[in-house]
Design a protein around this ligand. Sequence first.
Ligand code: FAD
Length: 300
Amino acid sequence: MERNGESGDVTALILADGRRVEADFFVDCTGFRGLLIEEALGTGYEDWRYLLPCDRAVALPTVRTEPPSPYTRATAHAAGWQWRIPLQHRTGNGLVYASDHLSDDAAAAALLAAVEGQPLAEPRFLRFTTGRRRQAWNRNVVAIGLAAGFLEPLESTSLHLIQTGVTRLLALLPERGPDPLAQAEYNRITAEEYERIRDFLVLHYHANRRPEPFWQARAQTPPPERLQWKLDHFRQFGRVVSEGPELFANTAWTAVMIGQGSCRSRRSRWCACAATRTRGASCPACGAPLRTPSRNVRSI
Ligand SMILES: Cc1cc2nc3c(=O)[nH]c(=O)nc-3n(C[C@H](O)[C@H](O)[C@H](O)COP(=O)(O)OP(=O)(O)OC[C@H]3O[C@@H](n4cnc5c(N)ncnc54)[C@H](O)[C@@H]3O)c2cc1C
């Protein structure tokens, strides 16, 4: 590629067949490699492995053994979780894990032991680092998709992030020349979007009560400030608070908070959530008596 010596902007790409493609503006969709955004511009990457330490996956397709269910199943494992995606012609399986806690061989063995149906291929390993590019739009390059960042696939958000990146770019694309205002807005919204999804993923891990070292470490890692704020409100008042529109609606947050038993403040003997309307009942998630048995979980 060629760059402008003064501004540092990318000015042209040289293709493998020798052709030269000149442009004012480039979209980097080269996946994890980030050919322009990272290799050329050195934008930098915010590494979120301290919050979401799963950094590998092993995938294995198997023969379908039953009529496909209309949902993906995610099952916790000792050092990560397993996906099971029913398709019409086969079942997709995979184990997402933290390489600090599980070797590749052990992960493949755990997956092989847990799948139903004959394997259709050899296990395929993937590596990733959860995080985001410090600026999705840097100089005259916008990174979209894996070039912009990666959130581990617990909620399958990658394709959604590609779609919103494209839509956002179309809305903010400058008509002519560089536009720092549009660039700042693109980066602000992109960072927000990634961080809100990150926090929702962290909730799944942070709120667990499993005994294995991997899970214990997740429960003991302090959550991001905004997630702590959400947890505090839910535990105290049984409501989900939000700063604005999010991919995951309040009902999704409520489901995970209750499902993981994150509904009681450590200081309270009462549970604030209204998971059941039976007066005098205890919460099915945390076992504590319900403080507000006749009120719905409120969303604001
Ligand atoms: C098993 C599996 C299951 C998944 N399931 C889901 C799901 O259910 N939902 C979901 O949202 N996401 C899912 N994903 C993730 C999703 O598929 C990816 O996030 C998405 O494909 C990423 O697209 P991308 O274009 O950013 O990157 P990529 O697909 O990696 O594409 C980058 C492209 O750039 C090309 N490239 C790189 N360097 C150069 C170069 N120098 N010159 C020319 N070309 C170059 C590469 O060859 C590649 O074709 C899954 C992924 C896997 C592996």
